[in-house]
Design a protein around this ligand. Sequence first.
Ligand code: MV4
Length: 479
Amino acid sequence: MQKILVANRGEIALRIMKTAKKMGIKTVAVFSEADRESPHVTYADEAVCIGESPSNQSYLLGDKIIKVAKNLKADAIHPGYGFLSENAEFAEQVKANQLIFIGPDAHAIKIMGNKLAAKEAVKFYNIPMVPGTEDPLDDIAEAKAIAEKIGFPILIKAAAGGGGKGMRIVKNIQEFEIQMERAKSEALSAFGDGSVFIEKYIASPRHIEIQILADSFGHTVHLFERECSIQRRHQKVIEEAPSTVLTPKLRDKMGDAAIHVAKACNYVGAGTVEFLLDDQNNFYFLEMNTRLQVEHPVTEIITGLDLVELQIKIANGEDIPFIQADLEISGHALELRVYAEDPLNNFLPSVGLLSTYKLPKGDYVRVDNGYTQGMTVPIYYDPMLAKLITYGATREEAILNMLNAINDYKIDGVETTLPFGEFVCNHHAFRTGNFDTNFVNMYYAPELIDKATEKEARIAALIALKQYLKDINQLKLPN
Ligand code: MV4
């Protein structure tokens, strides 16, 4: 492989290109009008503008991107995450054009893209799953009977959904019919597919996902777990590895289950198997994400591996150069997603000019970043600026390093989720590892950040006052 086109933008495009460069592979960037001055464009060996700013006129134009790859004689396309990364048709088209798609084949993407097809595929592998229906619900009377048998509360999910989109909790039989109608029409308009199914509702789960890697020789390994329970409205905020709640035994069991999920769809490449873990430490397979995930760096840190390098090697027909027994967890890593969103104002996007933008540095800090000072954050895309990743020998150290790094990260011009990250890292429930996916709903209120900011402001004012008094007394003041 000599040249890779990266069909993405921002921090992930840069992160992929850095590994390509390390491997001696040339890179091609594609970009929209809004991203003309972006770091991923300047960093690449070649760059081509593919359209206007909205993603449906640029980063989602599969055919156009494939044409650019052919014209510039690229060997492969890396889709990153989001955009075309889980589009089976795109994966197929890339291949049909004699290019390598750095990801799994269209077949695996298609199966895992449909939650019912995914459950069907893994059925014979003894993977624990939440009790529920195997087929799309059509008949309302039949659906009600099943719901009663499972027992309320139940959850209605869209087969074509994922990541929490189109889910509805139903507390009792009275509201079942109306919720099912709503779920179906929502699913139809959001995914073009109105199929829904039901599952028993697990009330306070933790979200644990297992990173897997599979090569084209049938060798599949897992790279342990990531804990992603700290999220708001299905948007992850802080991820970490390892999880505080997994014992070595449970880790082995979940890792094994994840490997079997991958085998069930003949998976090749890097993928992530999502599980719910209930308060009794029972785990249940939820879905598989057939892409490199945003939070992959925490896995890289605790394993010492470069996941993009492994993706490229596997796509190039090479085998995984280690076995499961070679892998072990070393230390602890945290990731905070730094969004241009205002945590004091319902996390509304806060786009604008980055008048100050200075990254924290340090031995235990990694920043996967897509912006520079003076850039404007565009309104067209996901407002994530960067991922702040810290690590330490212990979880406690990783958290302290995160708090210091948040403090050293200087951003003016837009509001960000940095103060929110500070709030989480200082919270007792987070510190003690005693939390689930309800953390933000249970503990967060904007006033709690306000208070912290006020306290800081008061301290700053006191220091300034002391200095002022010193100055006017020409340092004659006692210390
Ligand atoms: C669930 C659940 C409870 N019970 N399924 C949300 C994301 C999607 N991947 C599946 N999700 C859930 N499925 C059953 N049967 C609770 C969630 C859920 C959740 C899962 C992971 C991380 C955060 C979450 C927040 C709310 C609900």
